[in-house]
Design a protein around this ligand. Structure first.
Ligand code: SAM
Length: 243
């Protein structure tokens, strides 16, 4: 592999993920817009539309980073609802909190540093949980899915937005060139950090494909599991319900 990432021990992966996000936090939003040509905004908007979020809901945005989804949910759930922006990385969380406070986002958001693998919430707490472009960074994905299942209310919905596998060979080729050549160069130019963006490309390649992730969600105890491909399967939105 390019980064040697798949062969490193677990503790080392945790440290590398932490280093990457400490390093990119300040430039994360800018890089996101540049690298996706702004399309991540569309992927996130669709996620919000499909979420069924309503006033009064309690929502967890885990691996929420700089809080794009949290910001939108906060407007929807209103005064009687609550959104928790949680992330393992305090640099990302801080950038997110500052951004949300600056944008005047209502007082219905809480900021919590937490690991998706062992969420510090009571059973049956949330109506909706989102994890957007986060699961691929988690070391023990099965533990994370189980933990998210545990804290969902019965009938609650888990949504996983993540890079996935396109079955279009042309798109797939373009995407490889993009992620292993153009992306690290942009990372170098803009954030002076090619290595972090090389890691991101590597983590995308290693992430389970649509059907595998769907099975993992079923194994975690979720039902009605399905996914929707976006941008030709470059990204997929998986959803599952806690019975
Ligand atoms: N959800 C945001 C978005 O869509 O813009 C941020 C996505 S960012 C690519 C991935 C985030 O996952 C980072 O903020 C990182 O700190 C977080 N993360 C990585 N491992 C995690 C874990 N085990 N538990 C919680 N968050 C984690």
């Amino acid at each position: 592999t390019h980064f040697g990432f798949s062969e490193v021990p677990v503790d080392e992966k945790v440290k590398r993920v932490a280093d990457v996000f400490h390093s990119v936090a300040g430039k994360y939003d800018l890089m996101n817009d540049l690298m996706s040509g702004g399309v991540h905004r569309l992927w996130k908007r669709i996620t919000i539309e499909r979420s069924g979020a309503r006033p009064g809901h309690t929502i967890l945005d885990i691996a929420g980073g700089t809080g794009d989804l949290t910001k939108k949910f906060s407007r929807i759930v209103g005064r009687d609802g609550k959104v928790i922006l949680a992330d393992i990385n305090d640099s990302m969380l801080k950038v997110g909190r500052d951004k949300l406070i600056d944008s005047g986002t209502a007082g219905n958001v809480e900021y919590i540093q937490a690991n998706a693998e062992c969420l510090p919430f009571a059973d049956n707490t949330f109506d909706i949980i989102t994890i957007a472009f986060g699961l691929r960074n988690v070391t023990d994905k099965d533990a994370a899915l189980k933990s998210m299942h545990r804290v969902l209310k019965p009938g609650g919905k888990l949504m996983v937005l993540e890079f996935s596998k396109t079955n279009n060979p042309v798109l797939s080729k373009l995407y490889d060139v993009y992620s292993f050549n153009i992306l690290p160069q942009m990372g170098k130019l803009i954030a002076n950090d090619a290595e972090s963006y090389r890691y991101l490309a590597e983590s995308i390649r290693m992430h389970p494909d649509q059907e595998t992730l769907k099975d993992m969600m079923k194994t975690a105890g979720l039902v009605n599991c399905h996914y929707e491909n976006m941008t030709g399967g470059v990204v997929a939105l998986h959803t599952g319900i806690k019975p």
